[in-house]
Design a protein around this ligand. Structure first.
Ligand SMILES: Cc1cc2nc3c(=O)[nH]c(=O)nc-3n(C[C@H](O)[C@H](O)[C@H](O)COP(=O)(O)OP(=O)(O)OC[C@H]3O[C@@H](n4cnc5c(N)ncnc54)[C@H](O)[C@@H]3O)c2cc1C
Length: 487
């Protein structure tokens, strides 16, 4: 198993529960990928798991099957969508159902309500047809192509006659997959949309409980975790088209039955034997483009700051394509939270993530140590952290004077933790281009991760279930699900 983020954690556990002997390789000194958190002044902050949809059903089922029950707790949160350009300010209260969210949207955008109903019906229909969305249903999934797979989000909204502001609000969750509505398929977009609009929740303790529970399960199931280690490229396949000897960066060798990758597809391409990277595969890998990335700014809030935990989704413009291209208009997600610090005292925080082109700021370079002493880079971060705080105070004036910057990170920071591109957030979804997922040209190699089915942590884990089902076969898959008591 290569990569120990949400995808690698899920796949390792499924394989181990199926009786396989699992070695998990992680190139970083710590496991967890974007589930990891960091501490400033005793307060924990998330890197890439701030909130989730589907916490009360799919996520719950995933945790049950994986045996990560301790990581199931989640607090429902509201989502306030603010469109700066048109002054729209829409509050979707905590515990809103999908249809409840639809009602909030329709009553705000009365002139667009017919088109909104059409969009919400489409999203609902895509979700109902999503393979594996209910893990207790053991019927083999249908992988048929639907009309939603071949129509872009923008095309769909335009033909429904949705106005610009309503389209921005109803499609605001595009920030959760980072693909352009003019390119992304309606089905990919709709899957994350359903999860976010159905029951948005904040996982208690972020990714910490998942990593801690995984460590405990890994101990019980005998998963061999090797950090600071990766695979060296395979040179050739055996006569059966498989590879059975893996050379590791620590100088050791492993006999392998199957290899599962939950890392960036381009890295996977660079590890395959040269002959396995056929021209069509090479073209597919070359065509992959990064989804949008983020500038992340983290703030402490004073003890007396009036804080309601929840998400504020701020859009400087209603053109989601322009926002996701990066460089001009932007969107910032603000996650206001409350959680005990290391001393047990309740602390309020804001984690803000503002859209930004991958590789930004240009010219700052990949060398982490050099960036630390680069004054232009430091000023860039300070200025942007202040601008992001100023935007928040404009829409939540009660927070004026209460925010203090704790930390910030650019898309370049991600490269330090998730090589080589720094984008766990993902590969852009482009209508008509199939995702690299499942069996690879080396017959005993498989690729998962990066939310091929649904983006985000939940989607990445669901993709691991799909790939495990393909690799292990129906019988073993059912055995693992049944053994969890889910059905
Ligand atoms: C800023 C940001 C905010 C986000 N917010 C949310 C959110 O609120 N909710 C949500 O659901 N999703 C969110 N996401 C998306 C979510 O974090 C990802 O979809 C998910 O974590 C991807 O998991 P993964 O296992 O595919 O990849 P990762 O978490 O990146 O894990 C991959 C692991 O593989 C390791 N690795 C890489 N190369 C190698 C190699 N060659 N050998 C060995 N190991 C290797 C990496 O070090 C890493 O540990 C966010 C993402 C970002 C960037």
């Amino acid at each position: 198993m290569v990569g120990s983020g949400a995808g690698g954690i899920a796949l390792s556990l499924l394989l181990a529960r199926a009786g396989r002997s699992v070695t998990l390789l992680e190139i970083q000194p710590e496991i967890g990928g974007y589930l990891r958190r960091f501490t400033r002044c005793g307060v924990r902050f998330d890197t890439g798991y701030h909130f989730s949809g589907g916490c009360t059903n799919v996520m719950d089922q995933i945790m049950q099957v994986l045996g990560l029950d301790e990581a199931r707790a989640a607090d429902p949160i509201g989502n306030r969508i603010v469109l700066q350009k048109t002054g729209d300010d829409i509050l979707i209260p905590p515990r809103s159902t999908f249809r409840g969210t639809e009602e909030v949207m329709c009553s705000h955008f009365k002139n667009d309500s017919a088109a909104l109903h059409e969009i919400f019906d489409a999203v609902n229909s895509v979700w109902r047809d999503t393979p594996m969305r209910d893990l207790s249903d053991l019927t083999p999934p249908q992988m048929d192509i639907s009309s939603y797979d071949i129509r872009t989000v923008r095309d769909f909204c335009a033909s429904a006659g949705l106005g610009e502001a309503a389209a921005a609000a109803a499609g605001s969750f595009a920030m959760c997959h980072g693909s352009l509505p003019c390119e992304a398929s309606m089905s990919f977009h709709a899957r994350v949309g359903f999860a976010i609009f159905d029951d948005l929740a904040r996982p208690v303790g972020g990714g910490d409980p998942i990593i801690a529970a995984f460590r405990r399960q890994a101990g019980r199931l005998g998963i061999d975790i090797r950090t600071g280690t990766t695979l060296l490229p395979f040179t050739e396949t055996d006569s059966d088209g498989e590879c059975h000897t893996a050379r590791l960066s620590d100088g050791s060798c492993l006999d392998v039955d199957q290899v599962f990758f939950t890392i960036h597809p381009r890295t996977v391409g660079s590890l395959l034997p040269e002959k396995a990277v056929t021209p069509p595969l090479e073209r597919r890998l070359r065509r992959l483009r990064e989804s949008t990335s983020f500038f992340c700014a983290y703030y402490f809030l004073d003890d007396d700051a009036p804080v309601t935990p929840g998400l504020i989704s701020y859009f400087s413009d209603n053109d989601l394509d322009a926002i996701l291209r990066g460089g001009g208009p932007y969107s910032t997600g603000y996650l206001l939270g409350r959680e005990p610090d290391a001393g047990g005292k309740m602390r309020s925080t804001v984690a803000a993530f503002r859209t930004m082109a991958p590789g930004t700021p240009a010219g700052a370079g990949n060398d982490r140590a050099a960036r630390r002493t680069d004054s232009a880079y430091r000023e860039f971060k300070e200025r942007l952290s202040q601008e992001i705080a100023d935007d928040l105070v404009r829409i939540a004036p009660e927070l004026a004077g209460h925010l203090k910057v704790a930390e910030s990170g650019t898309p370049l920071t991600c490269r330090d933790y998730d090589p080589p591109t720094g984008s766990a957030y993902g590969v852009r979804n482009v209508c008509g281009q199939s995702r690299l997922c499942g069996r690879l040209p080396v017959r005993n190699f498989f690729i998962a991760g990066h939310g091929a089915l649904v983006p985000g942590v939940m989607g990445t884990m669901l993709t691991s279930f799909t790939v495990f089902r393909q690799a292990a076969g129906e019988e073993l898959y059912r055995k693992v699900i049944r053994a969890s008591g889910l059905c």
